[in-house]
Design a protein around this ligand. Structure first.
Ligand code: WQD
Length: 340
């Protein structure tokens, strides 16, 4: 069976392409290479022994999307990662985010509603919860006003899918609300490739340890948490990728309870910034150079998943620990520095 992976050269997309191919699926990737390089295909091929079919174009080009679905009438499913995802950038460039993240989703759904039956997995985010009132966070937790246009595009994206599924029962869809994806494939052939200064914690840690960044700034240790630093649910990207294959197979086998479902994808465990730093030092043997600075605007105190639905309904559970993920992140950082 042939599966379209949009944004398949990206961090989570490339790891999902590997898991799909290892599960026996044929993968077709669409990517405009705005935030990833075509060389990622070599990494996917090196791991899975097969090179995905690659179509390089921008999903904002409606005509190209139409042509693509004419060229591939036999797609069994679509996993949609392609989107802009830098929270800070979205505050400065809201229209870029609403255009890129929403018009592309509408175009894909307009092609899928023409089919007898379509299976669609949407890359959503725990960011839709904002600062949830209770931990762990369940899928029924209220969606709060978004803290950024990026987060808003995930909320609106879910609503677009929900409203379409209500009146198009040929569309079978699942939104996966990711918590914090980290780490890299154990082969060291693919991983996170942040362009410029990393916004996220783990790539900043590994780049500091590699000497590319001088020092990690810890954004605040005066939060109401045990050690004062923010708590997140850090999930190994391979575990996250595998959740996509399980979700896709739920749809392909018709085991879904409704034609639109939502699942949190996390480990169910919260880790503070300091715990992530300690984990890195433990697995790498490198003492990290960091300093405590002021809070980052927009940061929430705490977020970690209630994974009951993912474990018991979806039938998926994260297997890797924080140390496993940090070990793979460090191995990847050293690998890419060798290549320089
Ligand atoms: C984690 C913690 C920071 C960098 C983001 C997106 C979210 C989702 C996951 C896409 C926070 C602290 C960070 C640094 C630090 N992505 N930190 N120093 O903000 O939880 O979520 O990634 O869906 O939408 O917002 O992840 O890695 O940026 O921050 O102290 O240099 O690390 O304050 O507490 P975040 P993050």
């Amino acid at each position: 069976m042939k599966i379209l992976v949009t944004g398949g050269l990206g961090f989570i997309g490339s790891h999902t392409a590997v898991e799909l191919q290892e599960a026996g699926y044929e993968v077709v990737i669409i990517d405009n290479c705005s935030n990833a390089s075509e060389s990622v295909l070599d990494g996917i091929e090196a791991i899975a022994g097969k090179r995905p079919v690659f179509e390089k174009f921008d999903l904002r080009n409606r005509e190209k999307v139409r042509e693509f679905f004419k060229k591939y009438p036999d797609l069994s499913g679509v996993i949609h990662f392609a989107a802009s995802k830098a929270v800070g950038e979205s505050v400065d460039e809201p229209l870029l985010y609403y255009e890129n993240n929403l018009t592309t989703l509408v175009s894909l759904l307009q092609e899928l509603e023409k089919k007898q039956r379509a299976h669609f997995i949407f890359s959503s985010s725990c960011t839709v919860y904002g600062q949830a009132d209770t931990m762990p966070i369940t899928e029924d937790a209220p969606v709060k006003p978004a803290e950024s246009p990026y987060g808003n595009t995930k909320q609106i994206g879910e609503e677009i899918i929900r409203d379409t599924c209500k009146v198009r029962d040929q569309l079978q869809a699942i939104s996966l609300r990711y918590f914090n994806p980290i780490g890299a494939h154990p082969s060291g052939r693919i991983g996170e490739l942040p362009l410029g200064v990393p916004q996220n914690l783990v790539p900043f840690i590994t780049q500091t340890a590699a000497g590319i960044r001088k020092q990690l700034s810890v954004f605040g240790d005066d939060y109401p948490t045990p050690d004062g630093t923010c708590i997140r649910d850090y999930i190994h990207v391979v575990d996250l990728a595998r959740a996509h294959v399980v979700a896709l197979e739920r749809l392909l086998s018709g085991n879904n309870d409704a034609n639109y479902e939502i699942f949190n994808v996390g480990t169910g465990k919260g880790s503070s910034v300091m715990e992530v730093i300690r984990s890195f030092e433990r697995v790498s043997g490198v003492a990290l150079n960091y300093k405590i600075v002021g809070r980052r605007p927009g940061d929430i105190t705490e977020a970690y998943a209630d994974t009951t639905r993912a474990n018991e309904v979806l039938g998926w559970k994260a297997e890797s620990s924080l140390d496993d993920a940090m070990r793979s992140a460090w191995a990847w950082e050293q690998e890419i520095r060798k290549a320089e």
